[in-house]
Design a protein around this ligand. Structure first.
Ligand code: MRU
Length: 344
């Protein structure tokens, strides 16, 4: 089983994570020992995917207090570092939810420095263990959607590399395979950083699930020829009405799916839902460096001085989503099954 990241050792330990920027060429672990390096790893996408960066953020809080024993110093370090970790990426809400969860723990306790640090580590490990369980439940909830002989398209990477467990969208495929179904996955390459070509293809090949990578702009052709019968993607944030932000290009796929009457599903745990937002229009969309747009082809094919934009996510309207595959089954807005009491 692929593990995107894990804590090594006791409260003075560190995080070991796969450097996803190097896959599939090199499988190498980064050893992260301080919050600045964790923030840098999140920003450059060494660790990525909404649930995985939530777990990384929780471990980042533990790294912030490394070596400290005095409760006042522990709290001061957390006051200083947690806001920086929270701001490391804007779109995936898991990151914010998990930093806030660590914050609540600190605010509610009057423990000594070392006791508090042990509690923080315990909480961060629980966040990862819970995510592992959520992934399995999502897989079980969605497996029946994948039919024998089916051709399923996915965008970006919503697998083990993107979570604390075996993934969200990819967990559905793993569960379908375990149920004995034979099917093929079509993975959009996912420009500009190629999470589909590099990461999804790598994961599925390892799992012995047949996978074909296509250029993002080949998807329409396959839909038009009737070669796709299901779409499942992950999400970075789902608003109260079901609008879902996911990797740039997901909305384009949803439009194609709607036009060709192909069911489009979002697979995401409750930790990816943001009930403080009414619609997807309120979801902050990360804009990344324009360098990423041309870097993939080596020297720039774009004439010097030409403006480049690189929005990293887009929002698929709820009306285009057939169902939201969660740990509570395939659900519909207003998501009473997973909505916290206070917002019901
Ligand atoms: O920029 P990334 O690679 O972090 O974007 C990741 C995605 O868009 C995933 O589809 C999403 O986080 C779901 S991960 C289970």
């Amino acid at each position: 089983m692929i593990e995107a990241l894990r804590w090594v050792g006791d409260r003075d330990g560190h995080v070991s994570m796969i450097d996803q920027t190097r896959l599939p060429d090199v499988l190498i672990d980064l050893e992260i020992t301080n919050p600045d390096d964790m923030i840098a790893a999140i920003r450059r996408l060494s660790v990525r995917g909404a649930p995985a960066i939530g777990v990384a953020a929780a471990y980042g809080a533990c790294l912030a207090t490394r070596g400290l024993t005095d409760a006042v110093e522990v709290r001061a370090a957390l006051d200083r570092e947690l806001p920086k970790i929270r701001d490391s990426r804007p779109t995936a809400v898991n990151l914010h939810h998990m930093v806030d969860r660590m914050r609540r723990l600190i605010d509610a306790s009057d423990l000594t420095g070392c006791e508090l640090r042990d509690r923080l580590l315990q909480e961060a490990c629980s966040i990862q263990a819970e995510d592992r369980e959520l992934c399995l439940m999502i897989g079980r909830a969605g497996a029946a959607l994948v039919k024998d002989g089916g051709r399923v398209l996915t965008h970006c990477n919503a697998g083990a590399l993107a979570t604390g467990g075996q993934g969200t969208a990819l967990s559905v495929f793993y569960a379908a395979k375990d149920a004995g179904r034979r099917f093929e996955v079509v993975a959009d390459e996912t420009r500009p950083l190629l999470q589909g070509a590099r990461l999804t293809a790598w994961e599925l090949q390892k799992a012995e699930i047949p996978v074909t990578v296509i250029c993002d702009n080949a998807a329409g052709h396959l839909f038009a020829r009737g070669e796709i019968d299901l779409v499942v993607t992950g999400a970075d944030r789902v608003a109260s009405n079901g609008d879902a932000a996911n990797k740039i290009g997901t909305y384009t796929v949803a439009c194609l799916a709607q036009l060709h009457n192909v069911p489009f599903y979002i697979a995401a745990p409750s930790t990816t839902f943001d009930f403080s937002l009414a619609t997807g229009a309120e979801i902050p969309i990360e804009e990344r460096s324009g360098d990423e747009v041309w870097r993939v082809s080596g020297s720039g094919p774009i004439p010097d001085g030409v403006k480049v934009r690189n929005p990293a996510f887009d929002v698929t309207p709820a009306s285009m989503v057939k169902g939201w595959i969660t740990e509570k089954g395939i659900i519909q807005p207003p998501f009473a099954e997973i909505r916290p009491e206070a917002t019901r």
